[in-house]
Ligand binder design. Structure first.
Ligand code: FAD
Length: 316
């Protein structure tokens, strides 16, 4: 079933979460171990992130550098199929522009359709570590809106392979939104206009970047509505778990911690104490969002379910 159908049919705020494919070499059981503890809260869909290859330079005997690609995590298609097969719950693969030609994107979408996966979260992806700015594949897409156009084109039966007629796909497309602005954007209004372009191109709903101050989400929703973005906007929440998160999350995701939260983190002596603060903050955020009747709360588990479980127990 499509995410938008789940949202439209919901009588109260839904529960969903995102997992990360495990590092190469681990089995599918490591994914199930992260999902099992959260099943009692009846998630309507589970997102699976996509991770690009990384490039490393190795010095050869002649002193020259050799560039080689490393993929640390398996792709999402097989993981989504395994989740749907085991739990009968919709899995939402993240599809990115980075590293993909349009033909490879089309093939990935054909695989998804073949497996009965009819949801995708369409993203641009970030630059890889060896590049200072995002560089699209020479035959790929520069922005998420272009990827959405391709998926929506296939939904209308427009494929790149024209040698024989293929059935139109029927994907429900989600897009990313940034209550605190995407870090590359000149300002929030410009970013919102590009978000609107993604919705106009065919995104049926938006999932937000994590935020720790609900007011930023409420303001973002108001700003979206003001420019005619009328699709559901799902808030994304991440429970803080470690002292390292306190500096890593703002730096990596370009978000702020509210002063009240940072004061609590500063008092923590170890990760256990931070985890407790993260759970309490997550409960506080979730209660307020639920009271405001948000369509769904989407939790970033990073494949560690204990904090999300503690929060969900209080909310769902
Ligand atoms: P876009 O919508 O393309 O926007 C990127 C930037 O370009 C923005 O600054 C925007 O304002 C600007 N822009 C957009 N369109 C245009 C245009 N036509 N012309 C000029 N400027 C434009 N990354 C992964 O690699 N794997 C994942 O699984 C993953 N999952 C994510 C899930 C969520 C919910 C979110 C919020 C992010 C996720 N990301 C993931 C990170 C995401 O790929 C990065 O934030 C990326 O930098 C932007 O992706 P986007 O789809 O928002 O890009």
């Amino acid at each position: 079933m499509k995410v938008i159908e789940h949202l439209n049919q919901a009588k109260s705020t839904l529960f969903s979460f995102e997992i990360l494919p495990p590092l190469k070499g681990k089995s599918i059981q490591s994914i199930f171990d992260g999902i099992d503890p959260l099943m009692e809260f009846k998630p309507k869909f589970i997102n699976v992130t996509y991770h690009r290859e990384e490039y490393v330079y190795k010095e050869r005997e002649n002193g020259l550098l050799e560039k080689s690609a490393i993929r640390k995590r398996p792709g999402t298609v097989g993981i989504c199929a395994a989740i749907m097969n085991k739990y009968q719950i919709d899995a939402v693969p993240h599809l990115i522009c980075g590293g993909f030609s349009r033909e490879e994107t089309e093939n990935a979408l054909i695989d998804l359709q073949f497996l009965g996966i009819d949801n995708v979260l369409a993203l641009r992806g970030d630059s890889i570590k060896t590049e200072s700015t995002f560089r699209p594949h020479p035959d790929g897409h520069a922005y998420a809106v272009d990827l959405i156009n391709q998926v929506q084109g296939m939904n209308q039966g427009n494929y790149m392979s024209e040698d024989y007629q293929l059935e139109p796909t029927d994907f429900c497309i989600g897009a990313a939104g940034y209550p605190e602005k995407h870090f590359e954007s000149m300002n929030l209004q410009t970013d919102l206009q590009y978000l609107k372009a993604k919705v106009d191109a065919g995104a049926s709903y938006i999932v937000t970047q994590m935020f720790f101050d609900n007011q930023k989400y409420f303001d973002f929703v108001d700003a979206c509505r003001a420019i005619g973005i009328n699709v559901p906007i799902i808030p994304g929440l991440k429970p803080i778990k470690t002292l390292q998160h306190a500096s890593f999350l703002p730096k990596f995701f370009h978000i702020d911690f509210p002063e009240e939260l940072s004061k609590e983190i500063v008092k923590c002596k170890d990760n256990k104490a931070v985890e407790q603060v993260g759970v309490e903050w997550g409960i506080h955020q979730s209660k307020e969002l639920k009271a405001k009747k948000v369509p769904c709360i989407h939790y970033y588990t990073m494949s560690k379910s204990s904090s999300v479980k503690a929060i969900a127990k209080e909310i769902f």
